[in-house]
Design a binder for this molecule. Structure first.
Ligand SMILES: Cc1ncc(COP(=O)(O)O)c(C=O)c1O
Length: 172
């Protein structure tokens, strides 16, 4: 979505790992998780590094009990990862229309898409623009936020995108 910012510090840290001789289960993963959480997550949140955004979304849905036969209301304007994660759970992505200004899930369309089989909402914060998570909270359903394109974005009330749902996934 944007040119990555990779400088001397990133090179230094990659070299530190390569020269340590330990490429997995070393100290860098937990160090990254701690530092990520202190910057982007409320104090009671657990940050876990996983192999991809898809894996994070899959785990986030499973952690919220999304399974066989369920429906998850999500955005049709996204990378395929958000729908794939729903399908991996045996559930069905139900697309609702997007807001023409934010390009994110319309709150009214999402409400109309909810049925008694809906087990979660999966809003996507597309192109760094926050979806209306505060409004989705009123639905009383688990919210798994796809914040893969919105690291560092904030809602109008100042809350960090990804800090309000029951699970949120970022990618790089
Ligand atoms: C909206 C969105 N969701 C999820 C992902 C995660 O994709 P991946 O599984 O390739 O890390 C991305 C990556 O670009 C994305 O743009």
């Amino acid at each position: 979505m944007a040119r990555p910012v990779l400088g001397d510090r990133e090179e230094e840290l990659v070299l530190e790992v390569l020269r340590s001789g330990q490429l997995s289960l070393g100290p860098m993963g937990p160090r990254f998780e701690r530092s990520f959480a202190s910057r982007f997550a409320p104090a009671d949140v657990v940050a876990s590094a996983v192999s991809s955004g898809t894996a994070g979304l899959h785990l986030g849905l499973r952690a919220n009990d999304v399974g066989e036969g369920d429906e998850v209301v999500t955005s049709p304007l996204s990378f395929v990862a958000s729908s794939n994660a729903v399908v991996y759970c045996g559930a069905r992505p139900v697309f609702c229309d997007i807001d023409p200004v934010t390009l994110n899930m319309s709150v009214d369309a999402a409400r109309a898409a909810v049925t008694d089989r809906t087990s979660a909402l999966l809003p996507v914060h597309i192109f760094g623009t926050p979806a209306d998570t505060p409004a989705f909270e009123s639905f009383g359903l688990p919210i798994v936020e796809d914040a893969c394109e919105a690291l560092g974005a904030r809602h109008d009330d100042g809350s960090i995108v990804g800090s309000r749902g029951h699970a949120a996934v970022f990618a790089f």
